[in-house]
Write a protein that binds this ligand. Structure first.
Ligand SMILES: NC(=O)C1=CN([C@@H]2O[C@H](COP(=O)(O)OP(=O)(O)OC[C@H]3O[C@@H](n4cnc5c(N)ncnc54)[C@H](O)[C@@H]3O)[C@@H](O)[C@H]2O)C=CC1
Ligand SMILES: CC(=O)C(=O)O
Ligand SMILES: [Mg+2]
Length: 552
C-alpha cells in the first residue's frame, strides 16, 4: 500500500474547492500545495483569460462543450466566472443546441462522474444511491429519464447532459450554489436501437421499462428523495409526454416539484405572447392562437394561455375557443379517438374548421380558416411553418406573432430570416434555440429566444430563498409577468423577450415574483417584500474563491 496525499490532492481534485493556479503563495504553504502547481500564481482575471483562450482554440461547438465541461469538473468557480462573463456566447454551447450533440455522444465523451445514475436494476438501493450524493445539502435536483431529449428523442443515459446543462444555468443565471445542485438520470433502459447496439453505450442495455413497473420505480425514487432530501426542489425534465403530465399531477401537491417543459415553457411563452400583444396592439382576449404540437410542452403553453385569457375576462369556453391545436394527425377535434384527457380539453368541434380531405384539418387548413394572430410550434417538425402557411397568416394580420419553439435548432419550425422575408418584415419572432440577428431592409433585427431558461433559474432561486414548499400555478404566472416586465418596451426594434445578456437580471426578477406569490399563498413562511428581496440576494451564489481550511 502506498498512501496517497489525499489532503492536498483532494483540494485540487474537488471542483468546488479548487482554485487551481490562483492558490496564493500563502495558501500553497498553509494547505500543503507547494510544488503541486506551476510556480506562477494567477489572479482570477488571468485565469479567466487563459481559460477563454483555450476555449477559443477548440475546433467545433462540441469540442467547446467538452472543454467547458472539463473546466466545470476541474474548477467550478472559474467555470461560472467564464460562463457569466460570456453568457450570450456560451449559452448555445452548454445548452441548446450543442447540448443535444453532447447527449448523443455522452458515452464517448464521458470522463468524470457528476450527479447520480439511478439505474432500474439498482432499484432496491435507491436510498443508498441518494446517500452517496457528492454533497450533503441540495437545493435543486434536475432529473430526466432521457426519453424525450429536446426534439431528438430517446438518448438513454445520454440524457444526463440535460440535467447537467440546466443546473449549470441554475447557478450561472439563478445563483444557486453549484455545490447544492444535483443532476440525476433515471436509467430505465432505452428503446433507441443505435444505443442498444453501440458497444460503448454506458447505460443499462435493456428496452425501456414502462407501465406499472415504471410508475412503481418513479414512486420509489420520489419516496427516496422525500426521505433523503426533504424540501429539495425536484425538477422533471425531458420526460416523454405519456409520462410527463401524469408524473406532474401525481406529485405536484405532495412535494416541491415542477415540470420545466410543461410549466417553465408555458411561463416564458406567455411572457413572449404578452409582449406580442403590446407591440401588435391586439389584446390577449382577441388573439387567435394556433399551436403546432400537442405534446406536453404545447399543451402546457395552451393551458397557460387559457388561464391568462380567463384572468383577462374571457369565459373558459371562449378562451379555449380562441386556441387551435394541431398535431401530426391534424387539428385536435372532439370526434378524434386518439386524444388524451389534456388534449381533449383543447379539442374543437369538427365543424369549426372545414377539412379539405377526410382527415382532420392540417395546419394549412387551420391557418386559412382561422386567420391566426399567433402561430406557435412545439412539434419537433423542422420547417413546418412553410412559406405558404406564413404568407397566408400574414395576409390577414398586420403583426403576426410567430414562434417556432422546437429545439435544437435543427428541429425549428422555421428560420427567422424566412419569416421576416415572407411577412415583409412584419413578423414578431421568438425561437426556442438561439438564432443570430437577421438583416432586414437595412436594419438588424434581434431574434428573441423563447426558452424556459428565462424561467427555471429564477424559480429555483425564489423557492430556495424563501423555503417554499410547493410550486404553484400562481408562482408560474408571476414568473411569466416578471419576464414580460423585463422586456424593453422602448427598444428601437421591439422584442418579445429580454435580451439574452439580461438573463441573470431576469432570473432575479422571476425569483422575487415567484417568492412573493409563494408567500402570498402561504406556501412559504411569512415575509414582507423587502425581506423577500433580501433573502433572494443573500441566497445568490457568487463566483469568487472562498478561503479554505487545511485538512486535518
Ligand atoms: N422552447 C422551449 O423552451 C421548449 C421547447 N420544447 C421543444 O418542444 C418540442 C416538443 O416537446 P414535447 O411536447 O415534449 O414533445 P412531444 O413529442 O410529446 O410532442 C410533439 C407533438 O408534435 C406533433 N408533431 C410531431 N411531428 C409533427 C408534424 N410533422 N406535424 C405536426 N405535428 C407534429 C406530435 O403529434 C406531438 O403532438 C421539442 O422539440 C422540445 O425541444 C420543449 C420544452 C421547452
Ligand atoms: C428547452 C427545453 O426544455 C426543451 O427543449 O426540452
Ligand atoms: Mg426540456
Amino acid at each position: 500500500m502506498n498512501p496517497r496525499n489525499t489532503s492536498a490532492l483532494g483540494l485540487l481534485e474537488d471542483p468546488i474547492s479548487n482554485h487551481s493556479t490562483a492558490f496564493s503563495d500563502l495558501d500553497r504553504s498553509r494547505l500543503g500545495l507547494r510544488g503541486l502547481l506551476p510556480y506562477a500564481v494567477e489572479s482570477p482575471e488571468q485565469q479567466a483569460r487563459r481559460a477563454y483562450a483555450a476555449y477559443g482554440d477548440q475546433p467545433s461547438d462540441l469540442a467547446r462543450h467538452i472543454n467547458l465541461r472539463a473546466l466545470q469538473d476541474n474548477n467550478e468557480t472559474l467555470f461560472y466566472r467564464l460562463l457569466r462573463d460570456h453568457v450570450e456566447e456560451m449559452l448555445p454551447i452548454v445548452y441548446t443546441p450543442t447540448v443535444a450533440e453532447a447527449c448523443q455522444h455522452f458515452s464517448r465523451i464521458y470522463r468524470r462522474p457528476r450527479g447520480l445514475f439511478v439505474a432500474y436494476p439498482d432499484r432496491e438501493h435507491l436510498r443508498e444511491i441518494l446517500r452517496n450524493r457528492p454533497h450533503r445539502d441540495v437545493d435543486v435536483i434536475v432529473v430526466t429519464d432521457g426519453q424525450r431529449i429536446l426534439g431528438i428523442g430517446d438518448q438513454g443515459i445520454g440524457g444526463m447532459g440535460i440535467p447537467i446543462g440546466k443546473l449549470s444555468l441554475y447557478t450561472a443565471l439563478g445563483g444557486i450554489d453549484p455545490a447544492r445542485t444535483l443532476p440525476i438520470v433515471l436509467d430505465v433502459g432505452t428503446d433507441n436501437p443505435q444505443l442498444l447496439a453501440d458497444p460503448v453505450y454506458l447505460g443499462w442495455r435493456h428496452p425501456r421499462i414502462d407501465g406499472e413497473d415504471y410508475d412503481a420505480f418513479i414512486e420509489q425514487f420520489v419516496a427516496a428523495v422525500e426521505a433523503e432530501l426533504p424540501g429539495t426542489l425536484l425538477q422533471w425534465e425531458d420526460f416523454a409526454t405519456p409520462h410527463a403530465l401524469p408524473i406532474l399531477e401525481r406529485y405536484r401537491d405532495r412535494l416541491l416539484t415542477f415540470n420545466d417543459d410543461i410549466q417553465g415553457t408555458a411561463a416564458v411563452a406567455m411572457a413572449a405572447l404578452t409582449a406580442g400583444c403590446r407591440i401588435s396592439g391586439t389584446p390577449l382576449t382577441e388573439q387567435r392562437v394556433v399551436m403546432l404540437g400537442a405534446g406536453s410542452a404545447g399543451i402546457g403553453v395552451c393551458e397557460q394561455i387559457v388561464r391568462a385569457m380567463t384572468a383577462a375576462g374571457l369565459s373558459e369556453q371562449a378562451a379555449r375557443g380562441n386556441i387551435y391545436v394541431v398535431d401530426i394527425h391534424g387539428l385536435l377535434t372532439t370526434d378524434r379517438t386518439d386524444l388524451d384527457p389534456a388534449q381533449r380539453l383543447l379539442a374543437h368541434d369538427p365543424g369549426d374548421v372545414p377539412a379539405t380531405t377526410d382527415k382532420p384539418p392540417a395546419l394549412a387548413d387551420v391557418v386559412a380558416a382561422v386567420h391566426p394572430t399567433a402561430l406557435l410550434g412545439l412539434s419537433t417538425a423542422t420547417g413546418a411553418f412553410t412559406e405558404q402557411i406564413v404568407r397566408a397568416m400574414a395576409g390577414h394580420c398586420p403583426r403576426p406573432i410567430i414562434m417556432p419553439l422546437s429545439n435544437p435548432t435543427s428541429r425549428s419550425e422555421a428560420a427567422p430570416q424566412n419569416l421576416l422575408d415572407w411577412t415583409d418584415g412584419r413578423a414578431l419572432i421568438a425561437t426556442g434555440s438561439p438564432f443570430p440577428p437577421v438583416q432586414y431592409a437595412g436594419r438588424e433585427v434581434p431574434i428573441a429566444q423563447c426558452n424556459n431558461v428565462y424561467v427555471f433559474p429564477g424559480i429555483g432561486l425564489g423557492v430556495t430563498a424563501v423555503h417554499a414548499t410547493r410550486v404553484s400555478d400562481a408562482m408560474m404566472t408571476a414568473a411569466a409577468e416578471a419576464v414580460a416586465g423585463c422586456v424593453d418596451a422602448h427598444a428601437a426594434v421591439p422584442a418579445l423577450l429580454p435580451e439574452r445578456t439580461r438573463l441573470q437580471e431576469t432570473a432575479t426578477a422571476v425569483a422575487r415574483a415567484a417568492a412573493r406569490a409563494a408567500v402570498a399563498d402561504a406556501l412559504a413562511p411569512k415575509l414582507d417584500d423587502e425581506q423577500i428581496d433580501q433573502a433572494v440576494d443573500a441566497t445568490s451564489w457568487k463566483a469568487v474563491y472562498q478561503d479554505l481550511e487545511p485538512h486535518s
